[in-house]
Design a protein around this ligand. Sequence first.
Ligand code: PRP
Length: 208
Amino acid sequence: MKRLRIAVTKGRLLEDSVALFEKAGLDCAALKADTRKLILPIADYPLDVILAKAPDVLTYVTHGVCDLGIVGRDTILEHGGSFYEMLDLGYGACRFALAVRQGDDFYGSYRTRRVATKYPNVTKRYFAEKGMDVETIKIEGSVELGPILGLSDAIMDVVQTGTTLKENGLVPIEDVAQISARLIANPASVKLHRAEVLDFVEKCEAAL
Ligand code: PRP
């Protein structure tokens, strides 16, 4: 059997990904060890796990240096790439929402609105579909600060529990897209290593 590589998003999705692998019957000892290693082999199955930042998961799978990947749909919608979406893994469930300061009327004037976001492509597409001209301002994190500091009229961001919005005096006004973790695959890998890829996909599917 050909040894496959799967790029897994570090951070929030990692714990659920490891739980999924364990449920699928894989030995995740290397993944659970306290280590700074970035390539971690599964002992009893032909699979190496590569830990990566979310957009890099798409890059590795698109370029074919990893056969498979686990990444949030938010990252897929923002960055795109050449890969197949094999499974909706269900975990990492959240949504893209447009949010404003409590009481603000986002659509209430004709001037160009400013929207702060970590996801400028998603934001531009959303408003282009509405036929509305907005100025998108890219922020790297804690996007909620945008309207509070007066940088923007709204934010487009990932909302999970809604706590961050609430604690910062913001309210969601529109749900834009549902998000969850996805298992993706490189198209050439699916063709060339079909048996191995499908074996892994079926294992994950059974464990869900
Ligand atoms: C994300 C997102 C929100 C928060 C939403 O940020 O950008 O700020 O989580 O979660 P909640 O609805 O459960 O409160 P993250 O923690 O990834 O950090 P960042 O803002 O620094 O990117």
